[in-house]
Design a protein around this ligand. Structure first.
Ligand SMILES: [Zn+2]
Length: 219
């Protein structure tokens, strides 16, 4: 194995012959280490035997993870955006990735082709922190709005990432909007609302999360 690159819940391992192993962990997948000849861990789905005698095992209770072997030079079936905590995730990248997207900004942040590693909770929390309405069409946001989004994503992820380097599904960090429908916004006191976008719940504050594209929308 030459190098391993992580993008959100995806991992790209470049092998000696130039081929790439693309692993998507989904909900419950993770690596476990083992020695050759040992009994495999429970829920082992995929085993990679290394020359050292160690084995890397993909364990996944729900068996939702996917493993794809890519020939040298080919790209993953899922085009992956940069990892949300990498320097490549910036306003310029977002502007390019969202230029022709008519979908709202909230589902756009969940699209792994735009950016890898932002889940439903953190997308809602980041847009609250950036004070941006989750329904704004992604392509309408200007550079300064996108800079606010990037800064907010970095802040919520740095608070919520667990020690193993993966994203905690629910961090110990205090949530400002997620799962708080009807409760008061900690910033402006308005009741938190819940809407459905792309079949996922979006929690947001109609009081202080504004549409930055419309100047009259700011209270
Ligand atoms: Zn508010």
């Amino acid at each position: 194995m030459v190098r391993v690159e992580r993008r959100g819940k995806h991992q790209l391992a470049v092998l000696d012959d130039g081929s790439t192993l693309h692993v998507h962990f989904r909900m419950t997948g993770d690596w476990a280490m083992s020695q050759r000849g040992e009994a495999l861990p429970r829920f082992a789905r995929f085993v990679l035997d290394l020359e050292s005698g160690a084995s890397v095992v993909l364990a996944d209770p729900r068996a939702l993870s996917t493993v794809e072997l890519l020939a040298p030079g080919s790209t993953p079936s899922t085009q992956l955006g940069p990892d949300a905590v990498s320097p490549e995730f910036d306003a310029a990248h977002l502007a390019r990735a969202l230029a022709r997207r008519t979908i709202p900004i909230k589902p756009a942040l969940l699209d792994q082709r735009v950016v890898a590693g932002i889940g439903n909770i953190y997308a809602a929390e980041a847009l609250w922190l950036a004070a941006i309405d989750p329904r704004v069409p992604a392509s309408r946001l200007r550079t300064r709005d996108l800079q606010r989004v990037v800064r907010a994503v970095n802040r919520v992820l740095s608070r919520g990432r667990d020690g193993s380097g993966r994203y905690a599904s629910s961090g110990s960090a205090r949530l400002n909007v997620y799962d708080r429908e009807g409760k008061r916004c900690t910033r402006c006191g308005t009741a938190i609302a819940r809407i459905t976008q792309s079949a996922r719940s979006t929690y947001w504050c109609p009081g202080c999360q504004v549409n930055p594209v419309l100047p009259e929308a700011r209270p």
